[in-house]
Design a protein around this ligand. Structure first.
Ligand SMILES: Cc1cc2nc3c(=O)[nH]c(=O)nc-3n(C[C@H](O)[C@H](O)[C@H](O)COP(=O)(O)OP(=O)(O)OC[C@H]3O[C@@H](n4cnc5c(N)ncnc54)[C@H](O)[C@@H]3O)c2cc1C
Ligand SMILES: *[C@@H]1O[C@H](CO)[C@@H](O)[C@H](O)[C@H]1NC(C)=O
Ligand SMILES: *[C@@H]1O[C@H](CO)[C@@H](O)[C@H](O)[C@H]1NC(C)=O
Ligand SMILES: *[C@@H]1O[C@H](CO)[C@@H](O)[C@H](O)[C@H]1NC(C)=O
Ligand SMILES: *[C@@H]1O[C@H](CO)[C@@H](O)[C@H](O)[C@H]1NC(C)=O
Ligand SMILES: *[C@@H]1O[C@H](CO)[C@@H](O)[C@H](O)[C@H]1NC(C)=O
Ligand SMILES: *[C@@H]1O[C@H](CO)[C@@H](O)[C@H](O)[C@H]1NC(C)=O
Length: 608
């Protein structure tokens, strides 16, 4: 008992050391001349097609007046524009202005709270404010945003741009934009109107349903007013079960618990159920979430994890991935997924605490400037985790079938999903039908799948075919809606046809920005204005999700990956490894022993 406490103290001490030496995420915009001749990327340093986006200029308005001037100036000159954030967390190329001569309007300095009205429980903020600031400022007034994403480092404008969400079927559901009751948006305008104007959209105005999830193509959201609730407490318990009744629980669990979610490890046939509900504010407890995957991580640990994964990939060492995956899962469980009962120690479930301390986290945002020591786990300035994300929501009426299809794939290839366990499994969260034209169409379960991406776009992944098949089963067999801020390009193939009010959205777009100054070929493609998402036809395109393979050259035939029908969904076309020899097996098992011990050490350091 005593030694356990000592151990915990030691861990805490190590965490403190880490906290003062971490590097904050970098600004995604880089200019060779001050604010001119710029490039923009996302937080991962790579768009789906790995292109570099350019802009002639960036402006950093600090007030709405400056924002109006910037939009007016660009409209007058007929310049293409895009809104960029300090965080740039979206994977698809939403932030790229068309061509090389566009303008980036950054919301970096539009990050103030303008008004908190306790009696009406509303809060008005500028659009560049991060989720973390929003949560903190609301809590100061004893208010809370009832549902939100789990990561602090997103801006309110960005969350609305892509429909970001947490998990709930209760209330208005888990998407942040459904709590917006008013916003101000700056759009292009005619010469008589001074080339730019501010539109105020209140709840009840159908144009708000367009602006609530806008992909950034309507103009620049300047201010947002959210409807909040009195600060409340929650009680969280994680329970691990096998996945034999999971396909049924997936439908009912969200009705039973307000903040229900699941983490599924398909190859381990295990699911972590999050039992999470509101409790009376006088329930004792001051729990805190500091999710390990969003903590500052020692750079050496990050590079070791990446090297281990690259080695497993190059040796086709599925067993190594399974071992390390189980280990990662066990450690996460031991450390209660980052929960503590009092901000320091985890002593047992349930963890009870205030909403502002449990809904989201992201301590890797705090940090000083020394990258050689620590960084966020995906920081591309150091050798770190590099991955694809396939994230989509499947209507509750189809979830059971989808889960069974994934289980069939596991039965055929038991080790094929071990790689997901290294990225904390498949996170599954509830979302509800929204009035937003580009929001969720039905109550659904959102599946968040994160998996290895090679630094070399021509290099196939271990069990490439299985995840490609899951992606196609979701998008095409079950008509899943891709998360606008995540995914590989193929997920957006024909996407606009899945939205029943798409034409309403396009009418508003046409009214606000008739010449498409805020649009690009990519946004035109996903909105169905420029044919559909361009499916490129080049060597290896399926490996990066830029196409669905239709011939072998879209895969990697020289590495024995050929275009084949899927194993469960015969209409799918995936890059499948056709085994010609098993030479790697011996090497693989010897390597495994070594990697197991090194990785255990590395993971222990990482998580504690
Ligand atoms: C570690 C991590 C955790 C995540 N967790 C979650 C999660 O829990 N739930 C979830 O749903 N998603 C999550 N995401 C994805 C994330 O929600 C989206 O990528 C999000 O939209 C990014 O927000 P951003 O502020 O970085 O905006 P960006 O990616 O910079 O912008 C997104 C879009 O919004 C537009 N935009 C931004 N600001 C404005 C504005 N003021 N006016 C008009 N348009 C604007 C941009 O032009 C762009 O089109 C996560 C991402 C990461 C990296
Ligand atoms: C603009 O940047 C590119 C590289 O990003 C560089 O090659 C070019 O010389 C720069 N142009 C000017 C005018 O600085
Ligand atoms: C507007 O354009 C003029 C001339 O191109 C430029 O000098 C000025 O800085 C611009 N203002 C803003 C706010 O972008
Ligand atoms: C707003 O953002 C700027 C730049 O990132 C930062 O220096 C400032 O502290 C932020 N303001 C608030 C209120 O957080
Ligand atoms: C707060 O909101 C209420 C109800 O909308 C309104 O009557 C009141 O004037 C507002 N208070 C402030 C300080 O704006
Ligand atoms: C799964 O768990 C249930 C009880 O929760 C048990 O009855 C069942 O046998 C388990 N199935 C497997 C395959 O372990
Ligand atoms: C909490 O408050 C309620 C009344 O609001 C009361 O009935 C209950 O006994 C209180 N519980 C505790 C643990 O104090």
């Amino acid at each position: 008992m005593g030694s356990k406490l000592l151990w915990r103290k030691c861990i805490f001490f190590i965490m403190i050391i880490c906290m003062v030496n971490c590097s904050p995420p970098e600004d995604p915009i880089k200019c060779s001349l001050k604010n001119y001749n710029c490039t923009i990327t996302n937080a991962y340093g790579a768009f789906p097609d790995r292109s570099i986006c350019r802009a002639a200029k960036v402006v950093y308005p600090t007030t709405e007046e400056e924002l109006i001037l910037a939009v007016a100036n660009a409209t007058m000159a007929n310049t293409k524009m895009k809104v960029a954030t300090r965080t740039s967390h979206s994977i698809p190329k939403l932030v790229c202005p068309e061509g090389d001569n566009g303008l980036l309007i950054s919301t970096k300095y539009l990050n103030r709270t303008l008004d908190v009205n306790v009696s009406s429980m509303t809060m008005t903020v500028e659009s560049g404010m991060t989720l973390r600031q929003l949560i903190n400022d609301a809590a100061k007034a004893k208010l809370a945003l009832p549902y939100a994403p789990y990561w602090w480092g997103l801006t309110i404008g960005g969350m609305m741009g892509t429909g970001a969400h947490g998990s709930s079927l209760w209330g208005l559901g888990s998407q942040v934009h459904d709590y917006v009751i008013r916003l101000r948006i700056v759009t292009p305008a005619t010469a008589e109107e001074g080339y730019a104007k501010v539109r105020t959209l209140e709840i009840g105005n159908p144009e708000l349903d367009a602006a609530k999830v806008s992909l950034g193509v309507l103009g620049v959201i300047s201010q947002v007013t959210l409807k909040l609730q009195p600060l409340f407490k929650r009680s969280v318990t994680y329970v691990t079960k096998n996945d034999s009744n999971f396909e049924n629980d997936a439908i009912s669990f969200g009705r039973q618990h307000e903040y229900a979610d699941f983490t599924w490890y398909p190859s381990q046939k295990q699911v972590v159920y999050r039992i999470d509900d509101r409790v009376a504010t006088n329930t004792s407890g001051n729990g805190l979430l500091d999710y390990p995957g969003f903590r500052s991580t020692v750079s050496l640990v990050l590079s070791s994890l990446r090297i281990a994964e690259e080695t497993e990939e190059s040796l086709s060492d599925a067993d190594g991935k399974c071992t390390n995956g189980k280990f990662t899962t066990a450690i996460l469980k031991t450390m209660a997924y980052g929960l503590t009962n009092d901000g320091i120690l985890f002593t047992g479930y349930p963890v009870v605490g205030y909403q502002n301390r449990l809904q989201a986290s992201g301590t890797c945002l705090d940090s000083l400037e020394d990258l050689t020591i620590t960084a966020c786990p995906w920081d591309h300035r150091v050798k770190s985790l590099f991955f694809h994300q396939t994230t989509f929501s499947i209507s509750l009426s189809q979830v059971k079938n989808f889960i069974e299809d994934v289980q069939k794939l596991v039965a055929l290839e038991p080790k094929s999903m071990c790689g997901l366990d290294l990225y904390s499994g498949i996170l599954m969260r509830y979302v509800t039908a929204s009035t937003a034209y580009l929001g969720k169409q039905e109550d659904a379960l959102d599946f968040d799948i994160t998996y290895y991406r090679s630094k070399n776009p021509m290099s196939p992944r271990l069990y490439e075919d299985i995840l490609e098949e899951i992606e196609q089963i979701a998008m095409f067999k079950y008509g899943a809606l891709p998360h606008w801020g995540k995914n590989r390009n193929v997920a957006f193939d024909g996407v606009i046809n899945k939205y029943k009010s798409a034409t309403e959205f396009l009418k508003v777009k046409n009214k606000y920005d008739p010449t498409g100054l805020f649009s690009s070929s990519w946004t035109d493609q996903i909105l169905g204005l420029n044919g559909e998402v361009v499916i490129v036809d080049k060597e290896g395109c399926a490996l990066e999700g830029l196409c669905i393979c239709s011939q072998d050259s879209h895969c990697a035939p020289e590495k024995n990956y050929f275009c084949r029908p899927g194993k469960v969904y015969e209409k799918s076309r995936v890059c499948t490894k056709v085994d010609t020899n098993k030479a790697n097996i011996f090497l693989g098992s010897r390597y495994e022993i070594c990697s197991k011990s090194i990785l255990s050490l590395v993971l222990i350091i990482w998580y504690f």
